[in-house]
Design a protein around this ligand. Sequence first.
Ligand code: C2E
Ligand code: CA
Ligand code: CA
Ligand code: CA
Length: 279
Amino acid sequence: VKDLGRGDYEFFTEDMNKAVEERLILARELKLAVAENKLELYYQPKITQESNRLCGVEALLRWNHPELGFISPEKFIPIAEDNDLIIELGLWVIKSAFAQLISWQEKGLPSIKIAINISTKQLQTQGFVGSVERALHEFQVPPQLIEFEITESAAMDDPLKSIENLKALRNIGIDIAIDDFGTGYSSLAYLKSLPIQVLKIDKSFVMAMDKDENSAAIAKAIISLGHDLGYKIVAEGVETQQHIDALSSYHCDLLQGYFFSRPLPSIEMEKYMLSADIC
Ligand code: C2E
Ligand code: CA
Ligand code: CA
Ligand code: CA
C-alpha cells in the first residue's frame, strides 16, 4: 500500500475494508438465498441470422435480494466461485433449466435448446459429469437440447482436466460452446483439440463494431475462421440494426442481444415463444 499522506492512506484502507466486508455479507446472503431457493433463471432468445427464427435460449441467473435489490451475476458468481458454493449453485442452475425445459414441453410449447453457463470450477470438479448424467436421467431431458457455455479461460485453465470432462459431456450428447471468445489467449489451433461445436463472439467486439474497424475485423475473422473449422458462430450483445447488418454480411449463424430481447423471466419467455417462428 502506498503512503499517500495520512488522510489518503486511511481513506484507502477504509475502502478496502468496506469491499472485504461487502463480499463477506454477500457470501453469507448468497448462501442463504441458495439454501432457500431464492434465485431465479431468466432466459434470453438466440435468433437465426438468416431467417429470424427463435433457435434457443441462454439461461441467466438472477438474484433479487429483498433489501439490496437485483445483484448482478458478474458480482455474485465470483463470490460463489471463491467458496465452494458454485458447485451447489451450479447444479441448481442445471436442474432448474432441465425442469424448465420439461415444463415447456408439457405445456406443448416448442422444444428449443437451452444453453447453461458452467464455471471453470464446476467443470473441473470431480464428479461433475456424473451429476449432469444423473440430472438428465432424473428429468428425462434429451441431451440434444442442452448446450453448455464454457469460457475460453475455463478451457485453458488446467486443460487436461477440462478436456477430459468436455469429452465426457460431448459423449453424452451435450453441445459445448466457448463463451466470450476472443477475450482469452487460446489459438484456434488449440481449440481444435477440444470437442466443441459453437463459438460465441464476446459482446465487447460486437458492441464496438460500429465505431471501431478493428473490432469489426476481429468479428469477421472469427466467423470466417470458425466456419472453416466447422463451428457454429453466435454473436452476443447485438443491440442495433447496424450490428445485424454487419453480422449478416459476415454470415454469423445466431444472434443474441437486447435488439431482440433482454433476458426474460420464464412467464415472459413463454409469451415470446408463442409469438416467434421456431427454427
Ligand atoms: P455471459 O455468459 O457472457 O452472458 C451474457 C451477458 O450479457 C448477460 O449478462 C446478458 O444479460 C448480457 N447481454 C445480453 N445481451 C446484451 C446486449 O445486447 N447488450 C448488453 N450490454 N448486454 C447484453 P448477465 O445476465 O448480467 O450475466 C453476466 C455474466 O454472469 C454472464 O456472462 C456469465 O458469465 C455469468 N452468469 C450468469 N448466469 C450464470 C450461471 O447460471 N452460471 C454461471 N457460472 N455464470 C453465470
Ligand atoms: Ca454465456
Ligand atoms: Ca459472453
Ligand atoms: Ca462474460
